[in-house]
Write a protein that binds this ligand. Sequence first.
Ligand code: ZN
Ligand code: ZN
Length: 122
Amino acid sequence: MGYTKIAAEIGMTKNAVAAFCRRNGLSGNMSVSADKSEDGLCRECGKPLVQEDGMKTRVFCSKECKAKWWREHPEKMNHKATYQFVCAACGRPFEAYGNSKRKYCSHDCYINARFKGGGGHE
Ligand SMILES: [Zn+2]
Ligand SMILES: [Zn+2]
């Protein structure tokens, strides 16, 4: 059944039916995004999430929930690999989270290495 039919059937507006279905994860096949990797609920409080087009898939409804979840699940942090590097510019060791392609410890070192001998002025 379409929203219009349901709405007529139970005496609600079509929009109200559509909103209700969206809230309860019952949206038909018309507006479900293809890459539904998450279940669309906040990992911390279970509230439905509003995904923004072109943005990374959200898993928390708010910064607060995200912070709380990470506080309660510190062990999950370890799943993110920490990579050890030696800065290609200054030679200092440093580490980075979840990025195996870092070469420099800082943006300054990156600039230094790329534009070597460029003088001291900004
Ligand atoms: Zn939440
Ligand atoms: Zn460096």
